[in-house]
Design a protein around this ligand. Structure first.
Ligand code: URA
Length: 187
């Protein structure tokens, strides 16, 4: 199956109650065989309206971090979320919603085959790296899971709330750049 075919299937998903509130399902965007994949939490209001991940203020900051290390969703990364439909009032996605939705993410992984996965924020890091993941303690650490490297970093929304974290987050993106070089990944 191609990523486009998977997206068509995913857009009909009614596996959890989040489908009831969606304007658009937010499947993901970017390079279809990217070596670098980013996983956020879930769509917010702007994302739900536009059907694209990270298009609000957080997304603009995320794009700046990406650009600072020569990465871009238009060129060399793929961006998706743990859940594809907006949780009401931007609450955290519930464990059962993540459990239903992760099958789409697994299929995305199988098709895209990223070499580096960046968990953007606590929600995806706790589901994909370590259930007790603490961003303040473990950000910037790469973990090898069956040949794919996973790293968790600050969510841009958390940086907008607390700009003191900006330097730390930037440091994580520099580590991503170094890792890309170390692995000889062509971007
Ligand atoms: N926050 C996320 O985690 N994902 C988005 O797509 C937008 C905001």
């Amino acid at each position: 199956m191609t990523l486009d075919e998977l997206e068509v299937k995913c857009k009909n998903c009614t596996a959890c109650e989040l489908c009831q509130g969606r304007t658009n399902l937010v499947f993901g965007v970017g390079k279809k065989d990217a070596d670098i994949m980013l996983i956020g939490e879930g769509p917010g209001e702007n994302e739900d309206l536009q059907g694209q991940p990270f298009v609000g203020r957080s997304g603009q900051l995320l794009d700046k971090f990406l650009a600072s290390v020569d990465l871009s969703r238009n060129k060399n990364v793929y961006v998706a979320n743990m859940v594809k439909c907006r949780p009401p009032h931007n609450r955290d996605p519930k464990p059962e919603e993540q459990e239903q939705c992760i099958r789409w993410l697994r299929e995305q992984f199988k098709i895209i085959k990223p070499r580096i996965v960046i968990c953007v924020g606590r929600i995806s890091a706790q589901r994909l790296i370590d259930k007790d993941f603490k961003v303040t303690k473990q950000h910037g650490e790469f973990i090898d899971k069956n040949g794919t490297l996973f790293m968790g970093t600050y969510h841009p929304a958390a940086i907008l709330r607390n700009p003191n974290n900006k330097e730390l987050a930037f440091g994580d993106w520099l580590k991503v750049r170094d890792k890309i070089e170390e692995l000889g990944i062509e971007i």
